[in-house]
Design a protein around this ligand. Structure first.
Ligand code: ATP
Length: 236
């Protein structure tokens, strides 16, 4: 279980986040939605330790992580996939996957990744930097998967990709959850996010303005929340 409490902070003197709190229970999908600039990526950066909050806390599996380095958080099972592709471009597809596999399980990990994304098997010897954008995103997700994290923070996994690739990516996210991983997702395709998330948090100008079950949130409410209007049924 990830518990984020009252995070405040940003990039300079003016805070971007104002007391952001959210929870991701084990084996669940939680979405963090909001208009451009609302502070979604900033929230994920503070959870993974890329950015230090000025106050507030991040606790994972009962362990307070707020002042831990990012690498220590990774070791405890927290994986952050920032916006944009995160592959090593000058290594092959296979090498990228092996690097993130648990020691002694490289072959099994590679097979599991290829079963999910067969194209990665066909491209096993190709340098990752020469893959298409969609293939690089598949490799990014597959690398996270083989490292067996407990929770993955996914920032705009579908950005700029064709609908068929987006389908494959969302199927893969569901597979990760079926295998016990939790996800905190930031996603431009709101309907897709709502389809896999059990709970939604909506951010507006660095504040959580709505939290509740995804089934309780419709498109009109979401647009109103994005625009900063208050909406009935706020549960946060
Ligand atoms: P988007 O969907 O556009 O990525 P977001 O909700 O993820 O939006 P953030 O990227 O978290 O929003 O940005 C929140 C605010 O922080 C914005 O006003 C943005 O301009 C500012 N910001 C983001 N990154 C930096 C940075 N590296 N330095 C200074 N300000 C930043």
């Amino acid at each position: 279980m990830l518990e984020v409490q009252e995070l405040v902070g940003g990039y300079g003197a003016t805070p971007v986040l104002h007391q952001v709190s959210l929870t991701v229970p084990d084996s669940s999908v939680v979405a963090l939605l909001g208009a451009n600039g609302a502070g979604k990526s900033t929230t994920l950066r503070m959870i993974s330790g890329l950015l230090r909050p000025t106050s507030g806390s991040v606790t994972f599996d009962g362990v307070e992580m707020t002042s831990m380095r990012p690498a220590a958080r990774v070791q405890r099972g927290l994986c952050h996939l920032p916006e944009g592709r995160g592959v090593f471009p000058s290594l092959s597809v296979r090498e990228n996957l092996v690097l993130f596999s648990p020691k002694g399980q490289e072959a099994d990990s590679f097979d599991a990744a290829v079963e999910a994304f067969p194209i990665l098997g066909e491209r096993r010897k190709q340098l990752a930097g020469t893959l298409s954008g969609g293939e690089q995103q598949m490799l990014t997700l597959a690398r996270a998967y083989v490292s067996r994290p407990k929770i993955v923070l996914v920032d705009e996994a579908s950005l700029g990709l064709a609908p068929l690739i987006v389908d494959a990516i969302f199927e893969f996210l569901e597979r990760m959850v079926a295998e016990g991983m939790s996800l905190l997702i930031v996603e431009q395709y709101v309907q897709r996010a709502l389809a896999i998330a059990s709970t939604v948090n909506v951010l507006h100008k660095g504040e959580i303005v709505w939290t509740g079950p995804s089934a309780d949130l419709d498109q009109d409410m979401l647009f109103a929340l994005y625009a900063g209007e208050s909406v009935a049924g706020r549960t946060s």
